[in-house]
Design a protein around this ligand. Structure first.
Ligand code: F6R
Length: 602
């Protein structure tokens, strides 16, 4: 996730852009840059670092011109450094652009452009777009035509702001699977990834839809369909948010916003890894001995990974809490081992220590990380990114479901490489995964009823979360989310374990959340739900089977999907239950007591 802000009007563009970038910093903050134009010349200043620091160091506020575009970056391709910061430009220096998203087919386009003599400065997928437009311009009648022709070749997600010296009065903005909004002013216009970036100047906004682009001058705008080139009529929305509300896109907390971002985040995780997953799977197929190390929510993702690897690739990883791994496995890990470290921040002390130990012992280390350029990516031999964008709320939500997405892709591909599962089943599973963002959207529609459910449970002191098979980690994760932000005691466990002790704690009204998707162990779950109800428990079930109604006090109806994909989908209502309980109990879910986003001490 990155932030884009564009301005064209009578004010010094750099001032509007710097203020906008500050408001977009929550979307990414590893580097930033600005392009402005005056008298047919482009001025570009950019670098790694936070906006405030760069504003002083690079003199952002001294840039000339009344039109320009700014960008705050959250790296996806290429480490965060001065060269990879946006804007990126073409060989002639006449076209500059900024980008939010991921171009899946950039490698093949780059190769083609290199063979035609283009010279690249950065490692980014973004720079390819500038050169591709430059190339298309050679045989196009107008810049707009060249831009369209270039964009039609791109696969992936992209929101773009584009400036061209040959057309002094306009800017172009494009949206495909990454957000972009126009701000309509009086004798000036704006465009941004999000409304807060321009809300202090205008509250009139036009939300571009996917595969639309806008040609914006200071007094006019026109929106067109990218595929047909035809003009599209767009309504103007009057935004009624305050600035503070707008930073959270109207959500009261970052956590809720991040829960709602999951369809987009999962899509980006799929797109962002589509090209690289095969190579990684081929590499890890060489290892029989697999360890997965992580902490907290990432550890739960590791447990889901274990089920996926077992079922699909017939490999049985050992999943270990990284703080334990360091002391218990140092003589078991060796050069025949693969260690998969899962960490959203890439900075968790115990996980980093486990990775370093693995490296010392000669093991191959694969990291699954959200933060590009973080320490974990520097220690690992191989890295897969989750592409969730920055997560501000302390409780992991979208970073968890994107970790699961990447692990699912990896297990599917590993099974292909090893030939351990039927190809038609793997294809169907992959299709199922591609449909998950839409299913998550449908699950988010339960939000209001989950809030009402939370209201009825606000005074309960203990919760139990139960599941079987691949739903055990979902139960653990549901309990962890509840504990950390609502401060209610909760236990997650395998439903089979109930009878071996915890059942003694069940009494009238104790909530038992049963994760009960269709699958191998559904019938067994039915038995566990019956035994819980017989002890007076208040059973809340999550599942896709009608008979759950009879067995539950409350049924959260879930869409059907393959059992192996349910951990992604079922995490969402559990996050919402925890969120609402936290808010109803007067807690700030974004900043739970005693907890930090990155645990950089052991
Ligand atoms: C819980 C949570 C933590 C983290 C854990 C590991 O919501 O966020 O349990 O999952 O601290 O952090 P990373 O993934 O950054 O290594």
């Amino acid at each position: 996730m990155c932030g884009i802000i564009g301005y064209i009007g009578e004010r010094p563009a750099c001032e509007v852009i710097v203020r906008g970038l500050k408001r977009l910093e929550y979307r990414g903050y590893d580097s930033a840059g600005i392009v402005t134009e005056e008298n047919g010349e482009l001025f570009i200043r950019k670098g790694a670092g936070r906006i405030d620091e760069l504003t002083g160091k690079l003199g952002f506020l001294e840039m000339p011109g009344k039109r320009g575009i700014g960008h705050t970056r959250w790296a996806t391709h290429g480490v965060p450094n001065d060269i990879n910061a946006h804007p990126q430009r073409d060989c002639t220096g006449k076209i500059a652009l900024v980008h939010n998203g991921i171009i899946e087919n950039f490698a093949e386009i780059k190769e083609e452009l290199l063979s035609k003599g283009h010279r690249f400065e950065s490692d980014t997928d973004t720079e390819v777009i500038a050169h591709l437009i430059e190339e298309e311009l050679k045989s196009s009648e107008s810049f707009e035509e060249a831009m369209r022709r270039a964009l039609l070749r791109l696969k992936g997600s992209f929101a773009l702001g584009i400036i061209y010296t040959g057309e002094p009065d306009r800017l172009y903005f494009v949206r495909n699977e990454s957000p972009l909004v126009l701000g309509i002013g009086d004798g000036e216009n704006f465009a941004a990834s999000d409304v807060p970036a321009f809300l202090e100047y205008t509250n009139r906004a036009i939300f571009l839809d996917d595969r639309e682009y806008a040609v914006v001058t200071k007094d006019s705008y026109v929106v067109k369909n990218l595929d047909t080139g035809e003009t599209v009529e767009k309504p103007i929305h009057e935004i009624e948010w305050t600035l503070e509300m707008a930073e959270k896109a109207g959500f009261p907390h970052f956590m809720l916003k991040e829960i709602y971002e999951q369809p987009r985040a999962i899509r980006d995780a799929i797109h962002g890894n589509a090209d690289v997953i095969r190579t990684v799977a081929e590499e890890i197929a060489k290892y029989e001995k697999i360890f997965i190390v992580a902490m907290g929510t990432s550890y739960h993702a590791g447990l889901v990974g274990k089920y996926l690897f077992q079922r699909l690739a017939k490999r049985v990883p050992v999943v270990e809490d990284a703080s334990e791994f360091r002391y218990e496995f140092d003589d078991l890990v060796d050069e025949d081992s693969l260690v998969i470290a899962i960490t959203q921040s890439g900075e968790t002390a115990d996980t980093l220590a486990a990775m370093k130990l693995a490296k010392r012992k000669g093991a191959k280390v694969l990291a699954i990380v959200n933060v590009v350029g973080s320490m974990a990516t520097r220690i690992a031999d191989l890295t897969l990114y989750t592409h969730a964008g920055p997560e501000i709320g302390v409780a992991a939500t979208k970073t968890y479901t994107t970790q699961l997405t990447v692990l699912t892709m990896l297990a599917i591909e590993l099974a292909r490489v090893l030939g351990t599962a039927d190809e038609s089943y793997l294809n169907a599973l992959e299709e199922g995964l591609n449909a998950i963002p839409e299913l998550v959207e449908s699950v988010l529609k339960h939000d209001e009823s989950l809030r009402e459910l939370a209201e009825s449970l606000v005074d309960r002191r203990d919760f139990f979360y139960i599941g079987r098979g691949i739903s055990v980690p979902t139960a653990l994760e549901g309990a962890l989310k509840l504990k950390e932000i609502s401060y209610i005691h909760a236990e997650g466990l395998s439903a089979g374990e109930l009878k071996h002790g915890p059942l003694a704690l069940l009494e009238d009204g104790v909530p038992v959340v049963a994760i009960a998707p269709s699958g191998r162990t559904f019938d067994k779950m039915v038995g566990n739900m019956e035994e819980s109800r017989a002890r007076g428990a208040f059973v809340i079930s999550l599942g896709d089977r009608g008979e759950l109604k009879r067995l539950s006090d409350v049924l959260i109806e879930m869409p059907e999907t393959d059992e192996l994909l349910t951990p992604i989908l079922y995490a969402v209502p559990l996050q919402l239950i925890a969120y609402h309980l936290a808010v109803l109990r007067g807690n700030d879910p974004d900043k739970p007591r005693n907890l930090a986003k990155s645990v950089t001490v052991e």
